[in-house]
Design a protein around this ligand. Structure first.
Ligand code: C2E
Ligand code: MG
Ligand code: MG
Ligand code: MG
Length: 277
């Protein structure tokens, strides 16, 4: 159909698509073997209390370093891991690694510290997700009450009944739930109310807008208000400068993460960072 309507474009379109698919397949193989060869690792970004600047937790962020030393950004390889189903295995490894790191931090004296782990929709919907979660907690000895799972808002909107039930079961393991990139989807208040979530993460896009126009802060403000009304904790993502932090404090947001405080760190860097009062 495209051909008859746009004769010449069709050629470029299919050729472009072919290249893209080939590239995707190539990356999928590279990711599978890279994962097997230990090229994946985690970086930890501190999450801080906006009043004191002290860290209360960290978010585990997946990294992929190629043999030549180049890093592939997660926004590029995670969709491929999801598409190929590899995310189930990788996600299990991420959870176990993050839980093990949490235990090491606790042994180093950071006992009141939470670990946030991103969970992909594909992974979350896997029939063995709950078993996998329970086993990861048990095997690593990570206390569930210090583990938080981050799911995205777009995921929170689909199949509300199923998700509500799933979250209720996840909550029974003792872990808490945060909705990541909040403000980018359109979850309704009534929907959100039915979900057993503990925290909303204000998406970086809205944090970067708050120092601009008067209307720039309206979404951040709305999310903070929403959190207050529903009794949820709020954390701002991607805080890069002191002015943003100031405005967030004034709006009643108590927690944040972002380059202003720290970039994502290697485990030993995190330990040193935490040691500085
Ligand atoms: P996210 O979960 O929303 O993570 C926040 C992203 O913002 C991270 O990018 C982090 O490095 C970046 N960031 C933090 N502070 C700042 C800041 O002040 N300014 C700016 N410009 N950026 C900041 P990263 O590590 O590239 O991860 C991108 C996305 O990839 C994550 O977004 C998450 O959706 C996904 N991701 C990362 N690790 C995992 C994982 O283990 N599993 C799954 N399923 N997804 C992951
Ligand atoms: Mg996240
Ligand atoms: Mg986010
Ligand atoms: Mg994101």
């Amino acid at each position: 159909r495209a051909k008859s309507q746009h004769g010449t474009n069709h050629f470029y379109f299919t050729r472009g698509l072919g290249v893209e698919i080939r590239e995707r397949v190539r990356m999928m193989h590279a990711l599978r073997s890279g994962f097997a060869r230990g090229q994946l690792y985690l970086a930890y970004q501190p999450q801080v209390d906006l009043a004191t600047g002290r860290a209360f937790g960290a978010e585990a962020l997946l990294r992929w370093r190629l043999e030549d030393g180049r890093n592939v950004p997660p926004d590029r390889f995670i969709p491929i891991a999801e598409y190929s189903g590899l995310i189930t295995e990788i996600g299990e490894w991420v959870l176990r690694e993050a839980c093990a790191e949490l235990v090491r931090l606790r042994e180093a004296g950071h006992v009141d510290f939470t670990m946030s782990v991103n969970v992909s929709q594909v992974q979350f919907r896997h029939p063995h997700f709950l078993d996998m979660l329970r086993r990861a907690l048990q095997d690593t000895g990570a206390p569930a009450e210090y583990v938080e799972l981050e799911i995205t808002e777009s995921m929170a909107m689909e199949e509300p009944d199923l998700l509500a039930e799933m979250l209720a079961q996840v909550k029974r393991t003792g872990v808490s739930i945060a909705i990541d990139d909040f403000g980018t989807g359109f979850s309704s208040l009534s929907h959100l109310q039915r979900l057993q979530v503990d925290r909303l993460k204000i998406d970086r896009a809205f944090v970067s807008e708050i120092t601009g126009s008067a209307r720039g802060s309206s979404i951040a403000e709305m999310v903070i208000q929403l959190g207050r009304n529903l009794g949820l904790s709020i954390i701002a993502e991607g805080v890069e400068d002191e002015r943003q932090a100031q405005i967030l404090r004034a709006l009643g947001c108590r927690k944040a993460q972002g380059f202003l405080f720290s970039r994502p760190l290697a485990p030993d860097e995190l330990v040193s960072w935490l040691a500085v009062p």
